[in-house]
Design a protein. Structure first.
Length: 242
């Protein structure tokens, strides 16, 4: 496999990628929940040294966030091959915005699925339903079906894994790092060996690590230099185990 990772703004970097070259995008952009969480006056920032709401990269006003998602989907449509697929992780309450923008740019809406965390943080567990789910959206581009390596098995629109294990955080912490097992499910199912996979909001590089393990080529972009450095280290240290 080959990989290229960039430390910069994804819109700027995506503009340098040639048209019709990407087979699959698996990405986990900001969910636009930073201000929502602050207005709720939660004590999460005090409870966790690594709380995403305090990290500063999810603080846009809704209209600015919507514009950034629009620009990201516009660029994705330009660089994606016909028949390519995209998985976007998202907060349940923002799903409609993403579907509307993706359809505007020619994506075919397939699925809103759920990731269920088997061991979520049991915050205020005697006061409310503990938050243990995130959504993911699945679209194909200019066709109604894309690569789908289900190997004859029925795949549900629901996936359950543990949260990211400590062993995957040894190069540094990212507040919303996804587990490799979760991302592997989508990279394996929706692409073939040698495919070009892009994650424009790469964070600590989980999609890249999975691509290296599964022998897919990878392009990753991350704005924050410290997260980019974690991703770089993880990519370098991941063995070719495919
Ligand atoms: C939800 S996190 C991704 C976490 C990743 N899935 C992982 O496993 O580590 C979103 C990331 O997008 C980055 N980001 C935000 N705006 C960006 C932009 N305009 N261009 C590139 N990266 C951006 C943030 O710094 C953050 O690391």
């Amino acid at each position: 496999m080959t990989y290229q990772i960039y430390n910069g703004d994804c819109i700027k970097e995506m503009k340098k990628i040639r048209d019709n070259t990407v087979d699959l995008v698996v990405t986990d952009p900001p969910y636009n929940l930073g201000n929502f969480m602050k207005n709720r006056d939660t004590n999460l920032a005090k409870m966790r040294d690594n709380f995403f709401g305090a990290a500063g990269w999810d603080n846009l006003e809704f209209e600015d966030w919507e514009r950034s998602m629009d620009a990201f989907l516009e660029q994705t449509a330009r660089i994606m091959k016909k028949g390519g697929s995209i998985i976007i992780f998202m907060a349940v309450i923002k799903v409609e915005t993403i579907i509307r923008l993706a359809e505007k740019h020619g994506f075919y809406y397939k699925t809103t699925g759920i990731w269920h965390k088997l061991n979520p943080m049991p915050r205020n567990m005697n006061l409310h339903f503990v938050n243990s789910t995130e959504s993911w959206l699945y679209f194909t581009y200019k066709t109604r079906t894309g690569t789908f390596n289900n190997e004859g098995k029925m795949l549900h629109d629901f996936i359950e894994t543990a949260v990211t294990p400590v062993s995957e955080r040894k190069y540094g912490k990212h507040p919303t790092q996804k587990p490799e097992q979760l991302i592997s499910h989508f990279v394996y199912t929706l692409s073939n060996k040698g495919a070009c996979v892009l994650d424009p909001f790469m964070g600590s590089g989980t999609t890249g690590v999975v691509c290296k393990r599964l022998d897919r080529n990878f392009i990753g972009i991350e704005l924050d230099t410290s997260y980019y450095e974690i991703a770089k280290k993880r990519m370098e240290e991941t063995g070719d185990e495919a």
